[in-house]
Every structure is written in structure tokens, then in C-alpha cells.
Write a protein that binds this ligand. Structure first.
Ligand code: PSV
Ligand code: MN
Ligand code: MN
Length: 424
């Protein structure tokens, strides 16, 4: 299925009057609204290939129908999202869930949809059917050298796929760790992991980045070998300037101050990018901004502050990605919601009066500091996000048009009801 430009234009025309009314109000309220809209127009966020199907849990999976059955159909799905919001112009692949057998054809298909290839992800947390050795007791940390080598070789293979597709980063998430005290020698596990990462790092093309993703628990519940931002930063610092820490919002212990982590990683030049999602209990992978929108805003507040201080470009210097999937919503509608929530948090953060905040901070005026941030958070920026979509050629209300065009119903007609997308 393809969404033609004329459908989008027609939909926008029908809704323009109401939009203009809201936009007029917002622009009269927000001083730098024009600058914010411009920033939003060139903001792009990558969609993970594994979020296009129903996520499921270990207790069950309830596919909603019309899920992509191949890499080509996953690209088509991200193409649909991008046509609707013009803000999700990249796809992130997970190998071997996605194997680009004909890289040129896949590249061309993506280009037809206006998509780029974001970070490629390796998978040493599952055993594949044709795999010689098991990752049951970890991959890069493993006490068995042959298993470590198998994991290194897999990552190098993933880099090769990425090169063929025009990607320029590798995300390494390891499920390595231990479930019981005494199971693992922490120091040796760290050293083995570092050695393996160094071999993978050596295989990176010069213009590539390596993102070291951390996670506090799951599937290992006593220790994880890349368990928090300190450990990730240690690896990234030892590896070199192409290695960065990746922050997945769902990978922290409860109540962690993620915005402070973001601020300090940025200060150190070691923040690589994000996996956006939201959670209540753990790595829930729920829609970004669904539960803690204020936290999402506070993270963006630090991002804007830090990126300004370091003169960074949001489109080039950080990797933005969603990592969410769940059991009960239409995956595509859910992704549209995530993108919108992320853009809203970004817009609100851009509207913060930074000068006033600095003055209040220097005067230790805690009340004023809080007022300034809450004022920005409580500002309705939805019209600015809609305007950015409109100017970029997307829909004023991407979910509205998705339903209007009966996209899911059409996908079910094309692909059938009983389709299962690959991935977790
Ligand atoms: C692990 O929980 C993770 O966040 C990593 O990014 C993986 O690549 C992804 O989820 C797999 O679903
Ligand atoms: Mn992740
Ligand atoms: Mn995760």
C-alpha cells in the first residue's frame, strides 16, 4: 500500500481551518515558535524493524493482522509512517531477524520510500537454528573463547550488512550477565567483553560509530555485564572516539535520574543516542511519553541545553530511535504516537527560557526554576508539531489520516490476517 500525496493534501485542506486557529494561538503564546517549527521540520527519528509487529510477552502474542512478512514489507510499513509524518525517515535493522539478501534491491526500495538505514543491531542474545555454539552463558563475556569469537564474528558480519545498506553505526546490546551470585567473575567477564568489543571496534569503517547499550537487568537478574551508564561509558572510553553510550529509557533501575545521565554523557561527548520508550516497571517498551511525559520533557531539556553548549547538530550528531513494542495496539498507530510524543517533548524543551532559567539558577531561586520548566512543559505545542508535519509534506494528524485511509484494513487485505513479523 502507498499513500499518495493527493490524499495527504486533501486531508490537510479539510483540516486546515481548525489547525490555523490553534497555530495562531500557539504562535502568539510561544515566543520562538517559528524557530521551533524549523527544528521540528528537520527532526527525524528511526523506526526499529522489530516494532512493526505486535510485541507480545512470554505469556502470549495477539497479532492484529497485516503484519509485515518480510524485510521488504517492513520497509513498506516504515514508508507509510514516513509518508504520514515525514519524521520517521530511517529504519533500524536487527540481524539476523532481518537479512538483506539483495542489499542493492533493499537499498533501492528504501530510497523509493525516502528512507535511510539507521544503526544496525547485532543479536547474540538468542541461539539461531544454524548456530554452532550456544549463548546460554553469555556471548562476549563467555568463559569459552570459541563462543566469544563466534559473537565477534557475528558483529563483524552485521557491520558488513550495514556497509552494504549505507548505515553508519552499529548498536551492540548484550544480554550477558549472571543470574546467581558466584556464577561469574565480574572482572574477567568485563575484560572478555572489552576484548571482544575491541575486535568489533577494529572492524568499524572510519566514519562509523559504535553504540554500547546498557541494561540493568533481564534476561539476567543478578548482574549484567553492561548494566548501567557507568559500565557502558567505561567500555566506550576504553574503545575510543568512535564508541558511544546508548541510552534506552527502559533500561534503568526504578526512579533513575535519566536526565542527569544524559547531561553528563553529553558533557563528556559520549552520548551516542537513544532508544525511546516508556515504562512503569522495567523494560516495558511502552509508547514513548505514555506514562512519564514530564521525564521525557526533562530529558529533552538536558539535550537542548547540552547540544547548545557543545554546538551540536540534532540531525547529525545523535542517533534517535524508538525501541518500543507492545501487545494491544496497532503497531503503526503506536509508532505514530511515539514520534508525536517525542517531538512534543523536544518542542517544549526548545521553548524553555534558558536565559531566565540560568538567572534563576544563579540566584538559587528554586521556585522560579521549577516554574520556568513547568511552564514550558504545560504549554500546548501540538499545533507546532502539526505545522512541522504540514510544511514537510506530511499529514496534520498522522493517526487521523491513518484511520481515515483504513491503512490497517488495507494491509490485512494485502497480506492476510494471520501474518507474523519477525523479531521480539
Ligand atoms: C534489549 O532490551 C533491547 O532494548 C535492545 O535494544 C535490543 O536490541 C532490543 O531491545 C530487542 O528487542
Ligand atoms: Mn533498546
Ligand atoms: Mn530493551
Amino acid at each position: 500500500m502507498q499513500i499518495s500525496k493527493s490524499f495527504i493534501e486533501q486531508y490537510n485542506d479539510d483540516n486546515l481551518k481548525a489547525h490555523q486557529r490553534k497555530l495562531d494561538f500557539s504562535t502568539s503564546e510561544i515566543e520562538n515558535s517559528e524557530a521551533i517549527i524549523k527544528q521540528l521540520v528537520d527532526f527525524q527519528i528511526a523506526i526499529p524493524s522489530w516494532a512493526l509487529g505486535t510485541g507480545g510477552t512470554r505469556f502470549g502474542r495477539f497479532p492484529g493482522g497485516g503484519e509485515p512478512r518480510s524485510l521488504e514489507e517492513k520497509i513498506e510499513d516504515v514508508g507509510l509512517l514516513h509518508a504520514l509524518n515525514q519524521a520517521s525517515g530511517a529504519i533500524s535493522l536487527h540481524i539476523p531477524w532481518d537479512i538483506p539478501t539483495d542489499a542493492n534491491a533493499i537499498r533501492n526500495l528504501a530510497a523509493q520510500h525516502g528512507l535511510k538505514f539507521d544503526a544496525v543491531n547485532s543479536n547474540t542474545f538468542q541461539d539461531q537454528a544454524d548456530q554452532a555454539l550456544s549463548y546460554k552463558f553469555g556471548s562476549l563475556q563467555n568463559v569459552n573463547k570459541a563462543i566469544r569469537k563466534q559473537a565477534v564474528d557475528h558483529n563483524i558480519e552485521v557491520i558488513k550488512h550495514g556497509i552494504e545498506l549505507g548505515s553508519d553505526s552499529l548498536t551492540v546490546w548484550l544480554s550477558d550477565g549472571s543470574c546467581f551470585p558466584g556464577q561469574l567473575n565480574f572482572r574477567k567477564a568485563f575484560q572478555n567483553t572489552l576484548e571482544g568489543l575491541q575486535e568489533i571496534y577494529a572492524a568499524l569503517p572510519s566514519n562509523w560509530k559504535m553504540f554500547v547499550e546498557y541494561k540493568c537487568a533481564e534476561p539476567n537478574f543478578y548482574s549484567t555485564t553492561v548494566g548501567d551508564w557507568g559500565q557502558s561509558l567505561l567500555y566506550a572510553s576504553k574503545l575510543g572516539e568512535k564508541a558511544y553510550t546508548l541510552v534506552d529509557l527502559g533500561h534503568h533501575l526504578p526512579n533513575a535520574n535519566i536526565e542527569q545521565i544524559v547531561s553528563l554523557l553529553l558533557m563528556e561527548g559520549k552520548l551516542g543516542g537513544f532508544h525511546f520508550n516508556d515504562s512503569k516497571y522495567g523494560d516495558d517498551d511502552l509508547t514513548a511519553g505514555a506514562l512519564k511525559p514530564y521525564q521525557l520533557f526533562l530529558i529533552f531539556n538536558e539535550l537542548v541545553e547540552g547540544m547548545n553548549a557543545r554546538n551540536m547538530n540534532h540531525a547529525k550528531d545523535l542517533g534517535w530511535m524508538i525501541d518500543a513494542s507492545h501487545n494491544v495496539k496497532d503497531p503503526l498507530e503506536d509508532l505514530l504516537q511515539s514520534v508525536e510524543a517525542i517531538m512534543m517533548a523536544y518542542a517544549q524543551a526548545l521553548s524553555v527560557d534558558r536565559q531566565a532559567l540560568e538567572i534563576a539558577q544563579n540566584e538559587n531561586d528554586t521556585v522560579r526554576c521549577q516554574e520556568i520548566l513547568q511552564n514550558a512543559f504545560r504549554t500546548d505545542v501540538r499545533a507546532l508539531v502539526a505545522e512541522a508535519s504540514l510544511r514537510a509534506g506530511g499529514a496534520l494528524n498522522p493517526i487521523g489520516l491513518f484511520r481515515n485511509l483504513k491503512v490497517r484494513e488495507n494491509l490485512i487485505k494485502e497480506r492476510g490476517f494471520k501474518t507474523i513479523a519477525t523479531g521480539l
